[in-house]
Design a protein around this ligand. Structure first.
Ligand code: ADP
Ligand code: MG
Length: 644
């Protein structure tokens, strides 16, 4: 399609699609513009806050056109939710993610090519070019949507190397438009996204970073728990309290409960059922406060969150803005509160060194991990290992930070992939003979389809445990995921199969064969560049925290390249400014008194303030600072103020 405006019927069509599949009457800000840009065949970058409605921006145009949309998405859990939601609308959708066997992937690709599939979700590490090359030509892809597109930039805050594979995909499909979506990217990262995805022209849509109902404030505080209680008392309603460590989520939640505040805690170390239960209770306002790590919040769309409190300093402004931005989606007045002490800032200053260990340490960790997992030299490529990191740390007496960040460095260089929250697929093995199975099938006709599908789709399932996907089975048996699980459980109880539902165990995936440790190389120039970018991000965050006058909303927006905001008037800095606004008379009065006090001889600043006893201290200081800036007076290192 060429670059001109849409014919009227497509314009009508996108509204009809919105109404028919979602029941919405109108688009949210920028959605329509983005959809039209995509329908006009433009490579497009859309920046919208979390919850802004990015999914619709690719779903609507995909439905408006023939063919299917390929969606690259990094988070398996969210991907599954998306697929389920789309299917509920009667639209065919599939997903390919890590943990699926090659056979399952091939199956899914086949089914997707031969059905009226509209959406194929793929996690980036599954973009195996060879396999995809085979199936792509038969798939009539109308759009490539790249969710969390900032992950493609090495210089961004969440670089994920597998995203770089999307470039190869684009080479295979040069004429298919790309829609890149992200909630936060600095101008530099925006440019990088467009380059890495070979945008033909840069169509960038950026929603304003203005959040007029959200008041940001930052407090330097010794007793953080007291401040949390104070904020929760002053600001009624639903709240999220973010902490850095899992242990602290529980501690703080218990302290809040002692104050009769309905709180619960949440982190990625909890089993899935607990997580779901806690999340639901909070969404339904049965739990008022959820105390959590940053594992909480992804994909959650709760409009009435009144406060988001950060007990610890986050890693970067990108994360801070996303997390804090979960408050006040409904447009009502809400509060984002960040608490810190000097130690937090000190840690932040040292964070870069910790996150980027020296090459010698990285090599050390590579060697230790290879030994621990007993990876044969020259082998291991393409294999996935259970990686019990706690046990590993204990056996090798290594520092957990050094190990984690060395693994990260190895990951970013394409040696391996380590995912602490990796997803282990369910497994099934038949544990009964063929004859009893036949008898069982006859007496349980309702389970026949499940049995037949398992046998057909998974080779070797009689001999050993085979990874299976409930999601794949849903399309084979034509049942929803809950029913599929129930049937598998029943087969398990009846002693027909051994069914082990999916679990979360950290996974280490080798992307290249093990080599001699001394031969391990890292591109140090890229590594150091990433390190420098990281240091700058920390610096920006420290600046944001320490700054006492500039409007907080404006600082955040300009960090993301939006310099159009005027002062919000409701952040702590704006309020402080307002409180200290001096009238002309007040200023003249204080000014004259200061000059008169110091004109004959220098006096200590403390004495000067005493003479201004009837003036608010902040106001007096403001005029003193003004006179210093104007070079009318000066204060020496002993605190003596004199005329200049
Ligand atoms: P994002 O990916 O930007 O975080 P989502 O695509 O998940 O956001 O959408 C967030 C929520 O907003 C969803 O519940 C979605 O149904 C809703 N939504 C999106 N667009 C509209 C619209 N035009 N009108 C009403 N609700 C919308
Ligand atoms: Mg999204």
């Amino acid at each position: 399609m060429s670059d001109h405006s849409l014919p009227d019927d497509s314009r009508l069509m996108i509204h009809e699609i919105l109404k028919q599949y979602w029941g919405f009457d109108s688009f949210r800000p920028l959605q329509k513009e983005i959809i039209e840009s995509v329908l006009n065949g433009n490579d497009t970058l859309a920046l919208m806050p979390t919850g802004g409605g990015k999914s619709l921006c690719y779903q609507v145009p995909a439905l408006a056109k023939e063919g299917m949309c390929l969606v690259i998405s990094p988070l398996i859990a969210l991907m599954k939710d998306q697929v389920e939601n789309i299917r509920k609308k009667g639209i065919t959708a599939f997903a390919i993610f890590s943990g699926m066997s090659r056979k399952e992937i091939v199956n899914t690709l086949k089914v997707a090519s031969n059905s009226n599939c509209k959406f194929l979700y793929v996690s980036p590490e599954r973009l195996e070019t060879a396999l995809f090359k085979e199936y792509l030509p038969g798939m009539d892809i109308n759009l490539i949507a790249v969710d969390e597109a900032h992950c493609i930039s090495q210089w961004g805050y969440d670089f994920r190397p597998p995203y770089l594979r999307i470039a190869a995909l684009k080479e295979e499909l040069p004429d298919v438009p790309i829609l890149a979506l992200t909630a936060s990217a600095t101008p530099e990262v925006q440019t990088d996204i467009c380059e890495k995805l070979y945008f033909k022209t840069q169509h960038i849509f950026r929603q304003s970073f203005e959040r007029p109902n959200l008041s940001f404030s930052v407090f330097k505080i010794d007793s953080k728990i007291n401040k949390i209680i104070e904020v929760l008392t002053k600001v009624p309603g639903s709240s999220i309290v973010y902490c850095k460590s899992r242990k602290r989520t529980k501690e703080i939640s218990e302290l809040l409960q002692l104050q009769n505040i309905a709180a619960d805690y949440y982190h990625a170390g909890l089993v899935q059922d607990d997580r779901n239960r806690k999340q639901e209770a909070w969404i339904e306002n049965k739990t008022r406060v959820i105390v959590c790590t940053n594992a909480f919040g992804m994909g959650i769309d709760k409009p009435d969150v009144r406060s988001v409190i950060h007990t610890d300093v986050p890693d970067c402004l990108e994360n801070y803005y996303q997390e804090a931005g979960r408050a006040g989606r409904d447009g009502k007045k809400s509060y984002a509160v960040l608490l810190y002490d000097e130690k937090d800032l000190h840690d932040l200053e040292n964070l870069t060194a910790q996150r980027f260990p020296p090459l010698s340490e990285i090599k050390n960790v590579y060697q230790a991990v290879s030994n621990y997992l007993q990876i044969p030299s020259g082998g291991g490529q393409g294999e996935s290992f259970d990686f019990d990191i706690a046990d590993f740390l204990k056996k090798f007496k290594l520092n957990s930070h050094i190990v984690l960040f060395s693994l990260k460095a190895l990951e970013q260089e394409g040696w391996l992939a380590f995912n602490e929250q990796a997803f282990i697929p369910s497994t099934v093995q038949f544990i009964t003979g063929k004859a009893p199975l036949y008898e069982f099938e006859k007496s349980h006709p309702e389970l026949e389809a499940a049995i037949k599908s398992l046998l057909r789709a998974y080779e070797g399932i009689f001999d050993h445990e085979v990874p299976i996907s409930e999601l794949v089975l849903t399309s084979l048996i034509k049942k929803n995921p809950e029913e599929v699980k129930k049937q598998l459980q029943e087969l398990h109880r009846s002693g027909i199969i051994f069914y082990q539902p999916q679990k979360d165990i950290p996974q280490l995936f080798l992307l290249r064969n093990r080599i001699k440790t001394e031969d391990l190389t890292i591109n140090m120039s890229d590594y150091n560049h990433r390190k420098e970018k990281f240091r700058l991000r920390c610096k920006e965050l420290i600046h944001f925290i320490r700054e006492k006058t500039e409007c907080r909303s404006r600082m955040i927006a300009s960090y993301f390249g939006d310099t159009s905001l005027s002062r919000c008037g409701i952040c702590d800095n704006c309020l402080r400014q307002k409180a200290f606004v001096l009238s002309k008379e007040e200023f003249e009065n204080i000014n004259t008194r200061i000059i008169n006090s110091v004109k004959d001889k220098p006096i200590p600043a403390q004495d000067l303030l005493l003479r201004l006893f009837d003036v608010k201290k902040e106001k007096a200081w403001k005029v003193i600072e003004f006179l210093q800036a104007e070079n009318k007076i000066e204060m020496d290192k002993d605190g003596l103020v004199r005329i200049k």
